[in-house]
Design a protein around this ligand. Sequence first.
Ligand SMILES: [Zn+2]
Length: 271
Amino acid sequence: MRIQAEQFLCMHGFAAPPLDPEQAIAAQKLRVAQLSLDDLLIKANLPPEDHLKIQAMLDARKRHIVFRLGLGQQKRNWGSLHEIAHDVLPWQRQLLYYCPLIFMPEHIQQQFEIEADIFAAEAFFFGESFKKYASEGNFGLATAIDLANRLYETSFHATFAHYVEQSDVPCCLIIWRIDSRQDDAWYPGDLSIVYYVRSRTFCGHLEPRQVLRDKELVDTILNNTTSNGIVKHDLYLNANNKEPIVIPAESFYNGYNVFTLFQQHDLIHKT
Ligand SMILES: [Zn+2]
């Protein structure tokens, strides 16, 4: 997938980040059609409960992409490269020319979607060169934030995940959801794990559905006033089916989720 993405970038003269999704769409000789995605899905007889799962659609024959109305800019940027992938990857293009993805068997849909997301990440982060840029800074969220802001101009969420996946440092990134408190809907409460991303070299297991109930820490992370927005703290964690442990970690709040990064050696040391 990396080679496919690098070939796409090279062939169209995209030499360095950031990648402009609009230019990428034009380079692939596609265009954005101002059509209603829901109308198309109704016409395709897709059950209404499946409509909301779909944010964008490629019509390989008519050479256009349709986005869901009101889709946020970051999701639209990501969706652009994801839909381009369906058109670039030769084995997908050949099939999708004859049959839209939504009519394919479930397992093929899943496979194609995973491939398109990997292609989108590889294209956004310029393949192999990501590691070079990432290694220019010290390991940690500060470097990942800098990459997202300065170099790739893309979301913190996507950049953090890619940073961890590509890292040679065994590490793990937790993505937390902020639960609103039952007694006061306007005041943020606990953090719950949505999922976590591991580097290839990380070997550890976190208990699912963990909740962070440290009100003071959550307040500090959500309202932090440090220059780069990162809070360094101790993290209580249930991992590797052992008793809860305390490990050094750092967290960042992007306005939607809280992200916490920690390293493998801290986990091994304690378990
Ligand atoms: Zn797709």
